[in-house]
Design a protein around this ligand. Structure first.
Ligand SMILES: NC(=O)c1ccc[n+]([C@@H]2O[C@H](COP(=O)([O-])OP(=O)(O)OC[C@H]3O[C@@H](n4cnc5c(N)ncnc54)[C@H](OP(=O)(O)O)[C@@H]3O)[C@@H](O)[C@H]2O)c1
Length: 431
């Protein structure tokens, strides 16, 4: 192979402009490493007049990104528009149909259509690369797919959303509540005006579905991910967690369950101080992969931002330039498994339970009875001083129990007249 790698860039926002900058700044370094230069010949975005902080003057402008993907004389189309459907999907499909490799940072697209797009790419002998879609600058796709290829993986989990990790970290450090910190994060630009994709766990679910596919060689199944966000995590629970020796993190966890099923779940977790991931704070992301030969490995870094994301996109471009290719999700698309998803009902683990109860004689006894009758046994109880007839928090940690039992017990407790708020339950993870 020789000659420059010709690139069409669809979308020149935060990431797109970062890619243009990186390719320019590192041109010589990249050439020494892969023997070729990169040239962005074609470009498309919505507003031609917008200043993007990069010079696009030598590039052919297209108002229609899909038409560009279909017709531009390039080797690679880089899709940095975003969104699960719409123009991003049409751009990728058009590029593959026209025989161009595709690089994207679009986790929503891959979580919804990853298996189908991988099939199209592989049928055409093309690369569909997406390192930037999961954990931003951390080269986690490569690490799982190439670096750990000699292992059967049992579990992959991580902090996959920097916005949530920032909010939880700030809540702990300041003792302030969710809404307050969210508003501040929006002002600082760490959270979007519409934060629901982040704080409701959807973005983390997109990334987990992709990770699980690579880790376990199964089709991408976003619909099989159990998703809960962080809106219901309170400063009070974070404080109790600290007292009990835990940190609260929003984790995405994918692992093998009994019978070969793969469980995928995103929800707030209590993690012991001693676990390395408990100390990944602020906007940082981290992923832990557990393999049968390698043991536990952890990868940490910036999960978003212009530089880290561009770094991942260009890593993908380097593979294409050098002719390195792996099956999109580690196994040829047609051979990806279709294992049944496992439900949360059969999840087994310890739980944190916080009740707000009116301090009256006999209340605690009836709570204990309800738990006992559903086979939930209590490991420890935190109760601050007595305050007869006032509302007091009762905090408990259970031994390992089945989720279905726990939920039935808590439903019964919630119906007790002395229990005044909806009980808070947070799963405790043994990591
Ligand atoms: N930002 C990050 O840190 C980060 C990290 C990891 C992954 N990602 C992913 O990277 C992708 C891009 O994110 P971003 O933050 O760079 O977004 P962004 O700043 O909003 O940029 C999106 C770009 O797409 C262009 N665009 C929108 N609709 C278009 C259309 N129909 N045709 C052509 N261009 C169109 C926009 O044009 P105008 O500029 O003219 O409006 C803009 O240049 C997303 O999939 C995102 O999930 C981002």
């Amino acid at each position: 192979v020789s000659g420059p790698v010709r690139i069409a860039l669809a979308g020149v926002g935060t990431v797109g402009a970062g890619v243009v900058k990186l390719l320019d700044t590192q041109a010589d370094l990249l050439e020494r490493r892969c023997g070729r230069r990169f040239t962005v010949t074609d470009v498309s975005a919505r507003d031609r007049g917008r200043d993007r902080g990069v010079d696009l003057s030598g590039m052919r402008w297209h108002d229609d990104a899909v038409a560009m993907a279909r017709t531009a004389e390039v080797d690679v189309v880089v899709e940095l528009i975003g969104g699960a459907d719409g123009p991003a999907k049409a751009v990728c499909e058009a590029a593959l149909a026209a025989g161009r490799h595709v690089v994207t940072a679009n986790k929503a697209l891959l979580a919804h259509h990853g298996t189908a797009l991988a099939g199209r790419a592989e049928d055409a002998g093309l690369t569909l690369a997406y390192e930037a879609a999961v954990a931003g600058g951390i080269p986690i796709i490569r690490s799982l797919r190439e670096g750990l290829a000699g292992n059967a993986l049992s579990r992959v989990y991580g902090i996959l959303n920097g916005t949530c990790n920032y909010i939880l970290t700030a809540m702990r450090e300041t003792g302030r509540d969710f809404d307050d910190i969210l508003a501040e994060a929006q002002t600082l630009g760490y959270a979007e005006a519409d934060p629901s994709f982040d704080v409701d766990g959807i973005d983390a679910a997109h990334k987990l579905a992709i990770l699980a596919s690579v880790a376990f060689g199964t089709q991408v199944r976003l619909d099989a991910v159990h998703v809960e966000g962080i809106r219901h995590v309170s400063a009070l629970d974070i404080e109790y967690a600290e007292q009990l020796g835990y940190r609260i993190k929003l984790l995405g966890i994918a692992g093998r369950a009994e019978g070969g099923a793969i469980v995928q779940r995103v929800h707030p977790c209590m993690v012991k101080f001693g676990a390395p991931i408990a100390h990944v704070d602020g906007v940082y992301n981290a992923v832990v992969a557990e393999g049968d030969f390698v043991g536990s490995t952890m990868y940490e870094g910036r999960g978003a931002g212009q530089g880290p994301t561009a770094s991942a996109v260009v890593g993908d471009l380097m593979d294409i330039a050098a002719g390195r290719r792996s099956p999109t999700f580690g196994v040829p698309a047609g051979m990806l498994g279709t294992l049944p998803p496992a439900g949360m009902d059969r999840h087994v683990g310890a739980y944190y339970l916080r009740l707000m109860v009116i301090d009256q004689p006999g209340v605690f006894a009836s709570i204990a009875t309800a738990l006992g009758e559903h086979r939930v046994s209590i490991e420890s109880v935190l109760q601050r001083g007595r305050n007869p007839d006032d509302v007091v928090p009762v905090v408990m940690v259970t031994h390992e129990t089945q989720e279905a039992d726990m939920l039935r017990a808590v439903a019964r407790i919630a119906a007790h007249p002395a229990v005044v708020e909806r009980p808070t339950i947070i799963r405790i993870e043994a990591l």
